[in-house]
Design a protein around this ligand. Structure first.
Ligand code: SAH
Length: 318
């Protein structure tokens, strides 16, 4: 990707598109602090059922409570953004040693992030280097700035979302990628659903839409873009993309304050949505619509994503 405007704040946003360490699949996983549910805000208690609370989730909740009492002194909630000794970001490997897409996928398999053959195949076919701006190490397990106060998510996050959505990305299915950014996941989705399927990327920065189309044109998903089963549009992803709804799979690549109703409405019965929700502390939610239309929400892990917001707010970095 060649179009790249370096924002003065890009460094601060480097940690976006990543998950926090001690996620639910870590050895510390599934410690259940049922009584600590009391720490959850009332509204969240009503909306979601927390089956288990990982240490990182607990820490997040406790710190949100602390933050609320300190907020007059720290009006900008981003004061806790990113990697710190209290909130280390997940990174399965560091350094620049990995210099091949295949080696990156093998690492993701070694660490148990990529578990299925299908996800491994697709990630091998779509070379991440085509989507990461020049000058960055494309196979490094970290988010990278792509300009416009946005980032391409870390490889472990892309793999996590592909694994979570795999059953809903079968050949012929419909998928929506909200906040499609570089187009990396959009291209992966398109290869999974194939020429009989339909994949729509929605991104509100027109320059990113143009560059993502150029990236996809160089990738293994190029024929699908040409044939029309894959398209990327400029739009406000909070409204979804009704034209090709309902969707079997919806991925949201930016953190919403709450799950947009339009996206729930556009989810097919039997469909699944993966969406980061929250502001300072965010959880990756898995939303499922059952065949009778009822909706359930569960928390997968703690994450840090760019906000799902208006274009103006994003460009102002508000
Ligand atoms: N999955 C992408 C993530 C990009 S970061 C990738 O890995 O490349 C999140 C993206 O969401 C950014 O490109 C940002 O511009 C976009 N975004 C944020 N709010 C949006 C909105 N309301 N509508 C559409 N896109 C949005």
């Amino acid at each position: 990707m060649n179009v790249f405007v370096q924002s003065p704040k890009a460094k601060a946003s480097l940690a976006y598109g990543c998950r926090y360490r001690a996620h639910p699949s870590s050895p510390l996983k599934r410690l259940t602090f049922t009584t600590l549910l009391l720490l959850l805000p009332q509204s969240q208690n009503r909306c979601y059922s927390y089956r288990s609370l990982s240490p990182s989730l607990f820490l997040s909740r406790a710190t949100i409570t602390l933050h609320r009492s300190l907020s007059p002194h720290f009006p900008n909630p981003n004061f806790l953004t990113g990697n710190s000794c209290f909130f280390p970001m997940e990174q399965f490997w560091s350094g620049r040693g990995i210099n091949k897409n295949k080696a990156m996928v093998e690492n993701l398999q070694t660490y148990g992030v990529v578990r299925s053959k299908k996800v491994a195949e697709v990630m091998e076919k779509v070379d991440r280097a085509l989507f990461v701006p020049d000058g960055n190490a494309p196979y490094y397990d970290s988010p990278m700035p792509i300009g416009y106060n946005a980032t391409i998510s870390a490889p472990h996050m892309h793999a996590t979302c592909l694994q979570l959505l795999e059953e809903n990305l079968q050949p012929g299915m419909h998928a929506l990628d909200v906040g499609s950014g570089t187009g990396y996941l959009t291209a992966c989705f398109a290869l999974m659903v194939g020429p009989q399927g339909c994949v729509v990327g929605v991104e509100h920065i027109p320059e990113l839409v143009s560059s993502s189309i150029q990236n996809i044109q160089k990738s293994a998903a190029a024929p699908l873009l040409k044939e029309g089963s894959l398209a990327v549009h400029v739009g406000d992803g909070r409204q979804g993309w009704p034209e090709h709804a309902p969707y079997d799979a919806i991925h949201v690549g930016a953190a919403a304050p709450e799950i947009p109703q339009a996206l729930i409405d556009q989810l097919k019965p039997g469909g699944r949505m993966v969406i980061p929700v929250g502001s300072i502390f965010q959880d990756l939610k898995v939303v499922e619509k059952s065949l009778d239309g009822s909706v359930s929400v569960r928390t997968e892990t703690s994450v840090r994503y760019v906000p799902l917001t208006s274009r103006d707010a994003q460009l102002r970095n508000a």
